[in-house]
Design a protein around this ligand. Structure first.
Ligand SMILES: NC(=O)c1ccc[n+]([C@@H]2O[C@H](COP(=O)([O-])OP(=O)(O)OC[C@H]3O[C@@H](n4cnc5c(N)ncnc54)[C@H](OP(=O)(O)O)[C@@H]3O)[C@@H](O)[C@H]2O)c1
Length: 291
């Protein structure tokens, strides 16, 4: 999908954090947008702003874990623009905590929102893309997928699931005009879940790894679609060799997490009693949608 101007994109998790710069980066490419998240005030205000700036955008209040809401977001995109060309599965939850302290409902919800919903939304968008021989799925994973991050087992498992899902889709639909990319950001400063964790707990990402920016993640999403990239790591320091070493020698991977100070930082966040990375307002909006 080298030409994306005029395409239609659904972006989930478009109400705050990384979703907003991703939406804005796609708008600059003249992509028509469908903004999906639970917080009506945020997605509606952003859609109004974009429309006023000359970029067509609609807001669809959506809990991605709700089957009816997923069907509705596709229906509204098709009703408004006639098709879906790009799906950015960006919505996600994280809770840095010891695995044995998570209750089963929280585990189920995190898997639903981060992984199952992305697959089920893709299943709804894909047939139209295949029929038109044109489409791109972007899955927002995380470096946690590749690193064995402690105090983050369920989140890391969902993000690893997205890597496997994305790469499998890519090889399965090769030659069909439909492709898929997976984005693996490191710790992101200035906005989003890591930024809130840092502000609340005071724990900082180790200097050796550094932090990236929401804008760099947004650029990575656009570039992945335009250049059909399979797998994009967004981090200021080169990490591919380190991650590859961890795959070849898992003990080395564990050792480097400790050596780089990542284990210490995650332990500090977990010890701070960090609540799940969802602002109160969003949790209650989701609860209202569930009823
Ligand atoms: N920030 C980082 O450092 C970082 C690093 C690596 C990967 N990531 C990934 O990047 C993505 C965005 O993260 P972020 O930092 O922007 O997080 P965030 O600030 O917590 O935002 C999460 C977004 O997901 C939406 N969301 C959550 N649950 C939802 C649900 N059930 N249905 C629909 N939307 C839902 C939220 O909207 P509502 O609450 O309005 O529904 C919000 O727009 C996530 O997948 C995350 O795992 C982030």
């Amino acid at each position: 999908m080298r030409r994306i101007a005029g395409s239609v994109a659904i972006v989930t998790g478009a109400s705050r954090g990384l979703g907003v710069p991703i939406v804005r980066a796609l708008a600059r490419e003249r992509v028509k947008l469908v903004l999906a998240a639970r917080t009506a005030s945020e997605v509606e205000a952003l859609a109004d702003q974009l429309t006023a700036e000359g970029c067509p955008a609609i807001a669809v209040v959506t809990d991605v874990a709700d089957p009816a809401a997923r069907a509705e977001v596709i229906r509204r995109a098709e009703q408004e623009y006639g098709r879906v060309d790009i799906l950015v599965n960006n919505a996600g939850l994280e809770h840095v905590v010891s695995f044995h302290r998570m209750d089963p409902e929280e585990i189920r919800r995190m898997v639903d929102v981060n992984l199952t919903s992305a697959m089920l939304l893709t299943a709804l968008a894909l047939p139209g893309m295949l029929e038109r021989k044109r489409g791109h799925i972007v899955n927002m994973s995380s470096l946690s997928a590749a690193a064995g991050l402690p105090f983050d087992a369920v989140y890391a498992a969902t993000k690893a699931g997205l890597v496997a899902f994305s790469l499998s889709l890519r090889s399965e639909y090769r030659g069909s005009g439909v492709s898929s990319s997976v984005i693996l950001p490191g710790f992101v400063s200035d906005a989003g879940m890591y930024h809130r964790m840092e502000a609340r707990s005071g724990a900082k990402a180790p200097r050796t790894l550094g932090t990236t920016t929401p804008q760099a993640v947004a650029r990575a999403v656009v570039s992945a679609i335009k250049h059909d990239k399979p797998h994009v790591i967004v981090n200021p320091r080169p990490l591919r060799l380190l991650l590859a070493g961890g795959q070849l020698w898992p003990r080395l991977g564990n050792w480097s997490l400790r050596g780089l100070g990542v284990r210490r930082m995650m332990a500090e966040v977990a010890a701070s009693g960090e609540p799940a990375a969802e602002p109160e307002a969003a949790v209650s909006a989701g609860a209202a949608l569930d009823t």
